[in-house]
Ligand binder design. Structure first.
Ligand SMILES: O=c1ccn([C@@H]2O[C@H](COP(=O)(O)O)[C@@H](O)[C@H]2O)c(=O)[nH]1
Length: 235
């Protein structure tokens, strides 16, 4: 089960430092990586990284989805690396953004197409018909992410198999938009959803889960059930 647990990333989408610490203490035995996203980072600031560590988070994923000109992206990535986070997300619109940059233990993940987006959203954003299928755009953006110097990508479970084939066995393929009952569960604002088992079996290295654990009656039991799903997907 240890191998399965390491692949579960829990999204700490709360705005209070105390609530985040409580969740880390409660879920550390079940979860491999804790994700510090925009809500908590903007509310509490960089000090939150150290607070999560002290609460028991072994690995921290800073999900800031950096998006700016190369000089600003590089400077922000270096600042995140100084905090010693394990993973950091960015949008990669230009080749070679991070060329020659030593970020130590911090590995970069390129965001491909947000899991809350579907074909209609891409058309509304101005993408042409041939790129309005999220899978096509994910592939293009994954290539840019790797060319920019990322260790992997964020994509939905629907693209996990294609990502694994394109990027090879070592790449990180991190999949949010996870729902336990697949299409039958409440998707909230997610459009491209998949079960833990199917996402992992398709080639995801990690899955990201927030509300299905946080809003469960028993978050520890929900996390355990997800780890079981991951183990089945690995088998
Ligand atoms: O494409 C993306 C990229 C990041 N996320 C983040 O993952 C979690 C998902 O939360 P749920 O409650 O399990 O839906 C959230 O923190 C997002 O910011 C994503 O969903 N999709």
């Amino acid at each position: 089960m240890e191998k399965a647990r390491e692949r579960l990333i829990f999204a700490l989408d709360v705005d209070s430092a105390e609530e985040a610490e409580l969740l880390v203490r409660m879920l550390a035995p079940e979860v491999g990586v804790f994700k510090l996203g925009l809500e908590l980072f903007v509310s509490q600031g960089p000090q939150m990284v150290e607070r999560l560590r002290r609460a028991g988070a072994n690995a921290i994923f800073l999900d800031l989805k950096l998006h700016d000109i190369p000089a600003t992206m590089r400077a922000a990535a270096k600042a995140a690396a100084r905090m010693g986070v394990d993973l950091l997300t960015c949008h990669c619109d230009q080749v070679g953004i991070f060329d020659g940059l030593d970020l130590g233990r911090t590995r970069l993940l390129g965001v491909t197409v947000l899991t809350s987006l579907g074909t209609e959203d891409l058309l509304a954003m101005g993408y042409p018909e041939e790129l309005s299928d999220p899978a096509r755009l994910v592939e293009k953006r994954a290539r840019l992410a790797i060319d920019a110097g990322c260790a992997g990508v964020v994509a939905s479970g629907h693209e996990a198999a294609a990502m694994r084939e394109l990027l090879g066995p070592e790449a990180l393929v991190v999949c949010p938009g996870i729902r336990l009952g697949g299409g039958e569960d409440n998707p909230d604002d997610q459009k491209r959803i998949m079960t833990p088992q199917r996402a992992i079996a398709a080639g995801a290295s990690h899955i990201v889960v927030g509300r299905p654990i946080r809003k469960a009656e028993d978050p520890v039991a929900a996390a355990r059930k997800i780890v079981e799903g991951i183990a089945q997907g690995l088998a």
